[in-house]
Design a protein around this ligand. Structure first.
Ligand code: DAH
Length: 350
């Protein structure tokens, strides 16, 4: 009897249940009242008590295995039944691949660099990890300036004279050292600051930094360039103002505000009821910076400006939380589908 059980198990295991007909045949052959297992149970009844004790568990085991196989095959066939009933029409057009969209920061970055490239600025590049000299020293930051502090800047643990650049102004130094005037360039990229993450600040964000160095460059050239940028970016009617400010690397320095786009200058939470929002810092390049890059300040002068790309994007698209740019919510990102940011030369703002 043990041999019969083993043979039946082997036979059962070789059966592949692929359709309902095979399933029904399996049920009749193995589980049904007239099936082979039921027949074995009939023979079992005739056995002496001692034999029953050893054969009983084996026979029950076989019966359980058969029922398990039947049930799992039945549920699989049930699940795939609709697909089998409705075969795929292979002549239907295929689903296209899902196409993503550009990140809003890439779109705004494209817009900004496109505006400046059209008026003769070249794209300059620089590394995200720089030395103290490129980020601070050459840019005329005094030794005790708070920005040089661990609280504000990420220094590399292995090599504390290296740091994550806190502004793209560091690219000015490598560009000025590598090239000689006239230089007209913009640098775009990520910058890092040791700040708590909130709706208004982040430990990394993006900046565009620009400069123009030539003989007899004046503050009027800076103003003309910034007026052009604001008009192309935000529209012709946008009001702007220059405010006196301070940066170690420019003298004189200014900050530029535009009329708040959310409240049309009437005052709201975004502009802190002032009607104005700051969009960039700028100024005439400090002669010390030129000297640090082996450019003679007697012969050459220049202007520079820098802005946060997130800030511009927030104003342009009325986004009120900086964290949205780095959290990758698809609902947020999908809103920018189809935008590229480049333009054929017309004013961008709409
Ligand atoms: N680097 C400054 C910042 O991160 C922005 C800036 C201001 C850049 C004035 C400049 C400039 O090039 O001239 O806040």
């Amino acid at each position: 009897m043990m041999d019969q059980i083993a043979q039946l198990r082997e036979k059962m295991n070789t059966i592949l249940i692929e359709d309902k007909a095979t399933l029904e045949r399996f049920r009749q052959d193995f589980i049904g009242k007239k099936g082979s297992i039921a027949a074995l149970f009939e023979t079992f009844k005739q056995l002496p008590i001692a034999a029953k004790k050893t054969i009983g568990p084996l026979l029950n085991g076989l019966k359980n295995e058969a029922e398990k196989k039947f049930k799992s095959a039945a549920s699989i066939l049930e699940a795939v039944a609709p697909a089998i009933q409705q075969p795929v029409d292979v002549t239907l057009p295929a689903f296209g691949p899902a196409i993503g969209s550009l990140h809003p920061l890439t779109i705004v970055q494209n817009k900004i660099s496109s505006i400046f490239q059209r008026i003769g600025f070249n794209l300059a590049e620089g590394p995200e990890i720089v030395g103290n000299w490129h980020n601070f020293g050459a840019l005329n930051f005094p030794e005790n300036h708070p920005a040089r502090d661990l609280q504000d800047t990420f220094f590399l643990q292995l090599n504390p004279v290296q740091l994550l650049r806190t502004h793209t102004t560091s690219v000015q130094i490598s560009t000025c050292t590598d090239q000689s005037p006239p230089i007209r360039s913009i640098a775009v990229g990520r910058v890092f600051r040791n700040e708590a993450i909130s709706a208004r600040s982040h430990c990394f964000f993006h900046q565009v930094d620009g400069m123009y160095i030539d003989t007899a460059v004046t503050f009027s050239d800076l103003k003309g360039t910034i007026y052009h940028f604001v008009e192309a970016m935000f529209g012709r009617a946008t009001k702007l103002r220059f405010r006196a400010s301070y940066f170690p690397f420019t003298e004189p320095s200014a900050e530029v505000d535009i009329h708040c786009r959310l409240c049309q200058g009437k005052g709201c939470t975004v502009c802190k009821q002032s009607g104005w929002v700051e969009i960039l810092g700028a100024g005439m390049i400090d002669p010390n910076v030129l000297t640090n890059c082996q450019i003679d300040p007697e012969q050459y002068s220049g202007f520079a400006f820098g802005m946060g790309i997130e800030r511009i994007a927030m104003l342009l698209y009325q986004i009120d939380d900086l964290r949205l740019f780095s959290e990758n919510h698809l609902d947020f990102l999908r809103q920018f589908k189809g935008c590229l940011g480049f333009s054929d030369g017309a004013v961008f703002a709409k």
